[in-house]
Design a protein around this ligand. Structure first.
Ligand code: CA
Length: 227
């Protein structure tokens, strides 16, 4: 998953990015003003945008309007100041998916962000299940046939993305876009490395393969017996 934080208070933005990475294992880009935020949001694919309302230059509200009027459907969680409560109804009707008033509890923000991502990808529960493979996005644990599987953070991120979109073929480029933040170097062969590690850990000891490669198209995780 790839999150965009648009927040002009640099310390808060950095704390959020660190918390999201540590707690959820998601890649995070930061924009410190509305202009940069809008540019990043329109030139990359994000799974959720955390948008502060009070921004220098272009306000959070203008960013939200510009995004929605250009057809961008990325879930947006708005951060409001206490005295902005009156405008919440308008914000929601203008396309915000959720909001939190500052000062907020970090745990609540993380939970709401995860819920938004789940809803937008059509999952109601915190558990992703494909066949006997289970990934719990709250505890960040993975098991197959009840046996715990230890993954590195990047392996976990890759698997979580594939399981969120299970049954769909995901290209290497899409994985790179969703798994890496802006500063990381994008080498497409790293995806192959993570996929082969996942295969070794998830599929090697099982009679049924779940991770499939469609040469030239990408990867798909699916339970072929069920389909
Ligand atoms: Ca602000």
């Amino acid at each position: 998953m790839h999150i965009l934080v648009i927040e002009d208070e640099e310390r808060l933005a950095k704390n959020l990015a660190t918390a999201i990475l540590r707690n959820a294992g998601f890649a995070v880009d930061i924009a410190l003003n509305g202009e940069d935020g809008l540019h990043l949001a329109q030139s990359n694919v994000f799974d959720c945008i955390i948008l502060d309302l009070m921004l220098p230059g272009r306000s959070g509200r203008e960013v939200l309007r510009a995004l929605r009027s250009s057809g961008n459907k990325t879930p947006v969680l708005v951060l409001t100041a206490r005295d902005e409560k009156a405008s919440i109804v308008e914000l929601l009707s203008e396309g915000a998916d959720d909001y939190l008033a500052k000062p907020f509890d970090l745990g609540e923000l993380l939970a709401r962000m995860k819920a938004l991502i789940r809803r937008s990808s059509g999952h109601a529960s915190a558990q992703l299940v494909v066949g006997d493979l289970v990934l719990d996005t709250n505890s960040r644990t993975v098991s197959r046939a009840g046996k715990r599987i230890d993954l590195t953070p990047m392996e976990y991120r890759t698997l979580a993305y594939l399981m969120t979109h299970h049954g769909k073929v995901i290209s290497k480029e899409t994985l790179l876009e969703h798994l890496y933040d802006y500063n990381w170097e994008k080498f497409s062969n790293v995806i192959e490395v993570y996929i082969s590690a996942l295969r070794r850990k998830i599929d090697a000891n099982s009679s049924e393969r779940l991770i499939h490669t469609l040469r030239g198209h990408g990867y798909v995780i699916r339970n072929e017996e069920a389909s």
